[in-house]
Design a protein around this ligand. Sequence first.
Ligand code: V1S
Ligand code: CA
Ligand code: ZN
Length: 388
Amino acid sequence: ESNIERPKGYTVSWHSNPEIEKHHFGHAHPMKPWRLTLAKGLIMAYGMHSAMDTYLSRPATKEELEDFHSGEYLDYLQTAVVAAPNDDQIQDFNLGGTDCPIFEGLFNYCSMYSGASIDAARKLCTGESDIAINWSGGLHHAKKAEASGFCYVNDIVLAILQLLRKNPRVLYIDIDVHHGDGVEEAFWSTDRVLTVSIHKYDGMNFFPGTGELERTGPDSEENPGAHHAINVPLADGIDDEQYVWLFKKVVGMCVDKFQPTAIVLQCGADSLAGDRLGRFNVQVQGHGACVAYCKSLNIPLLLVGGGGYTPRNVARAWAHETSIAIGCDATLNPIIPMHTPYRDHFRHDTIFPTLAQILGDPRPNRNSEKKVRDIVTSITEQLRFVNA
Ligand code: V1S
Ligand code: CA
Ligand code: ZN
């Protein structure tokens, strides 16, 4: 109903384009760009848009995409058609399979979500924004010349490259349930980006199969990237208490040692309880507490989306996290406003659907207190080699 006031003393920008939401990966595919429509509906029903600078994002240019990706790969992405022949390139680039299908408007989709992340990063560089948000981005698996895990273009890498133009050190944090392998690999050999991913790890039994605690960077001490990759591998069912404790502990130590001048937080919502692909038991409150902690550091912050396969839970989390960014705190009406478009999607077992109550049966927590403490000990040791 009522619009929310702009935060005092800082600026939040929201970068989006409804064109992105209209793309379809295919009926059986878990990635639904339409979840962004649901999130936007919630954000606007709460009146949060009036508290932010809102930008209609534009497609990234081929030149901008070439900052990370190879020209041959981008050419192929651009010309790939739905009924592509079984040529060699489609194999090389990992396109056209079940995970990364070729669908109508694929290149437009990729350039649009990337344009939004690049614009958001530039607003942080100029100081026009203190927190910049692109919920359509966060596609952390894409490689220089290879699609992977529903990701074709790595908008996060492109955004960090923009930030590195003005920032000596960027901290990347990834709370998606999957390992942020594409971002880690892109900055493997530099000490200007510290990457931190928290994820489920079970060897090859969970995608993408990497992200063990011992994976800390290049083996050679001569390589500046040594020790600059941090991995937090977890088992099924971690709850808010453990997750938030671990997040604050690890991120707090990273900020102390590395002194980042910008932070990118990938807010993949598949770490929430009840996710179709995820395995954790994190609630909207716990997921949001990670965003609140990053905000409290008062360092320019880029928030991007990522995974998230139970659409109404994704919408809840990202609407809640938008409210944290603009500082309209918990007084935000917990009952989803009557006039929310698609409000019926949020109606399950209550007559008053709320923002925080997500769907999904609790999963038993397979993470012992000792395991979590041992992870912190190991990362404390690793960070002795990291400095500003
Ligand atoms: N887990 C999982 C999963 N499910 C699917 C899938 C299911 C149905 C479809 F119609 C299409 C795909 N693929 C996977 C994973 C990829 C997960 C990607 C997560 C992305 C992110 O959230 O981190 C960021 C946006 N793929 C695999 O496990 C690979 C396979 C090994 C098994 C599944 N088949 C379909 C492909 C090969
Ligand atoms: Ca992760
Ligand atoms: Zn994921």
